[in-house]
Every structure is written in structure tokens, then in C-alpha cells.
Design a protein around this ligand. Structure first.
Ligand code: KG4
Ligand code: ZN
Length: 340
């Protein structure tokens, strides 16, 4: 089965062709980050309009790079949620119409399911069950993945998602948008001992997170500085913030692995690209005899490949949508159907 995947939930237009038995034929990503950087964050209306502009040329380019004719597609998968409703509607309308014109099934895919299946592209993909730490701009969740579509939520952020905390802290430090990679970059030069920010909720039971208090501590520390020191202290503050986030994520994940008694861990979503987080997770996994899996860097952030893959698995199991164009700004993983 050969599937076209379309991702348009936020500020990336992602298109891919995935084929069962072959793998990924091609994928293209267009990022709107430059356009949104002027405003310090994603402007939903601009995002939708840019998806409209880019989606058809990008589909053409991906089919061309995959060297496949559109008539050879067996299905079209698209991100149906969670995400920005206008942006989702662009991908969903194009996907649904394209599938109808080709006479093939279309299927709306949950974006979070796409993220947690992204390590499946690697040479040694994880077997089920595994625990997934899903860390993106919109979500921070610890999910037990029994199999595709059978998920249990062990913990989540009660306020800001971790990517959002990175972005907001970066905005405070005037590092531009998207903030996560920029903050991680200057943290490289920072002294890890200079600022010790709180490790939120570590002394509480359970696997929930909270990042808004940490953000406030960073703001307070930064605003206390005399003007002439602000610039030189940025990298140390960034490093202190990153250390606090990483330690919190690693400690809670380790506890969840013990409680769930699974020895496989997937770390996925945009923040999984963070090098310090990856290194700390690998150290923890080595000590706890856990196998840890990450998507390759380009598949941590939003992309069409993960949607095409999830779509192919579900379409092969016989699932498909009606002609109705279905999107959902909120769509919890727990409400998904198992594969068969
Ligand atoms: O998964 P994703 O592309 O979009 C959502 O589904 O939200 O995640 C984007 C988030 C942004 O908040 C971005 O700042 C963060 O991932 N991010 C990072 C890094 N690269 C991306 N955060 C920390 N370190 C990074 N290297
Ligand atoms: Zn995402």
C-alpha cells in the first residue's frame, strides 16, 4: 500500500509518500518559522493562509522526488488534530478532495500518534509495549503504548507544555522564534552551576509535570539583573533552565518506567531534538537497563512522514473516513481506536 501523508497542524507543511514493504519514498517539509518570527509566535490566520499557498506545490514536489504518479497512490492520510483548526482544515480539505478525485480512501490521523510512531523509521524500531515521553510545543505527556491505538496516559503537564516553556523563556531572553533550538544553542556556552532553578513537582507523587512556575523563576532571576549584565547572563540562565527541564523530565520518566514495568522508552516530539535531553535520557536508560529510542532529528518536529506511516498502518487495517471533512482542535490519544 502506497500512502500520501499530509501534515498541517501548526506552522509546518509536511508531505510524504510512504509505502508498506518499501518504507519512506520521499518527504518534504516547509517551515513557516521565518514568517511567524516577526510576531514572536505562531499567528493562526497567517499559518492557514501559508498552508494554502504551499500545500499543492509541496505535494507535487514530493510525488516528483518519490518518483511516483499520483494515480499509483492507494490512500491519503492527513493530520485531523490536535492543532490549529484553520491550519488543520487546509490539509484535511486537500487530502479529502485529492483522495476523492483519485477514488482512494482518506483517513484523518492523530498528530500525537504520528509523533510517537516516528522512531519506526529507524533501522531498529521499538517493539510494543513501550513508554513514550511525548514532548512538543503543545503537549508533555507520558504515555504507555501497548500497541498502536491502545494508549494509557500516565502523566502530563498541568499547565505549559515543555516546548511552550522553551519558547516563552526564549522570548523573554529575546532569542527569537522558534525559541527551543535558539535557547538550547546559547545554553551550550552557559555555566550549569550559576543558576539553580526549581525542579517542578519532583517531590510529588505521580507523573504529572508543571512548567509555568519554572518559567516565572527564570523571569524573576532575569529581571533582577542590572541592565548591563542581562546580555552576558543569558547563556547561564538558558543553561540553568535547560538543566531544570531535563532533570525533571528524566526523573519523572524513570519513575514511570519503573511503575509501568516496561524496559523500552521512546522520546518523541519537537523537544526530543534537544541534545542535552537525549544525552541525559541515554545515561538514565543505560543505568536502568532500558532501551531508549529517538526519532532522527528531522522527524522529531512536525513532518508528513509520521502521518503517512500512521496512515498506512491504519488504512491497511481497513480503517478509512467517510466523505465528511473531519478535524478536531482537541483530540486526546486515549480516544483512538486500536488497529484491528
Ligand atoms: O513537535 P513540534 O514540532 O510541534 C508541536 O507538535 O508542537 O514541537 C515544536 C516544539 C517547539 O516548542 C520548539 O521550540 C521545540 O519543539 N524544540 C526544541 C528543540 N527543537 C525544537 N526545544 C528544545 N530544544 C530543541 N533543540
Ligand atoms: Zn507536533
Amino acid at each position: 500500500m502506497r500512502v500520501l501523508g499530509i501534515e498541517s497542524s501548526c506552522d509546518e507543511t509536511g508531505i510524504a509518500v510512504y509505502e508498506a514493504g518499501f518504507g519512506l519514498r520521499a518527504h518534504c517539509i516547509y517551515s513557516q518559522a521565518n514568517m511567524h518570527s516577526e510576531y514572536g509566535g505562531v499567528v493562526p490566520e497567517l499559518a492557514s493562509r501559508d498552508h494554502v499557498r504551499k500545500i499543492l506545490p509541496l505535494i507535487q514536489q514530493t510525488l516528483c522526488e518519490a518518483n511516483v504518479d499520483k494515480k499509483s497512490l492507494d490512500g491519503v492520510a492527513f493530520t485531523a488534530g490536535p492543532g490549529l483548526v484553520g491550519a488543520l482544515m487546509v490539509g484535511a480539505s486537500v487530502a479529502r478532495s485529492f483522495a476523492w478525485a483519485l477514488g482512494v480512501p482518506a483517513l484523518g490521523i492523530n498528530h500525537l500518534e504520528g509523533h510517537l510512531l516516528a522512531p519506526m523509521f529507524e533501522k531498529e524500531p521499538p517493539d510494543f509495549p513501550f513508554l513514550c515521553l511525548l514532548v512538543s510545543g503543545g503537549h508533555t505527556q507520558i504515555v504507555l503504548v501497548k500497541e498502536i491505538g491502545r494508549y494509557s496516559l500516565l502523566g502530563e503537564s498541568i499547565d505549559d507544555a515543555v516546548g511552550e516553556a522553551f519558547d516563552k523563556t526564549a522570548q523573554l531572553l529575546k532569542l527569537g522564534y522558534p525559541g527551543g533550538p535558539a535557547l538550547a544553542n546559547i545554553a551550550e556556552r552557559g555555566d550549569s552551576e550559576r543558576y539553580r532553578f526549581p525542579r517542578p513537582m519532583l517531590n510529588r507523587e505521580g507523573f504529572d509535570f508543571s512548567f509555568s512556575g519554572l518559567k516565572t523563576s527564570v523571569i524573576t532571576a532575569y529581571k533582577k539583573l542590572p541592565d548591563e549584565q542581562m546580555e552576558q547572563e543569558k547563556s547561564h540562565i538558558a543553561r540553568g533552565f535547560e538543566e531544570a527541564v531535563v532533570e525533571t523530565l528524566v526523573t519523572k520518566t524513570q519513575r514511570a518506567l519503573e511503575a509501568a514495568q516496561v524496559d523500552r522508552l521512546v522520546v518523541a516530539g519537537g523537544v526530543a531534538a534537544n541534545k542535552r535531553l537525549r544525552a541525559a535520557m541515554i545515561r538514565m536508560a543505560d543505568m536502568s537497563r532500558i532501551n531508549v529510542f529517538f526519532p532522527r532529528f528531522e522527524f522529531c518536529s512536525d513532518n508528513g512522514a509520521m502521518i503517512a506511516l500512521a496512515g498506512c498502518l491504519r488504512l491497511m487495517a481497513g480503517q478509512s473516513d467517510t466523505l465528511e471533512i473531519r478535524t478536531s482542535a482537541r483530540w486526546p490519544l486515549l480516544s483512538l481506536q486500536p488497529l484491528a
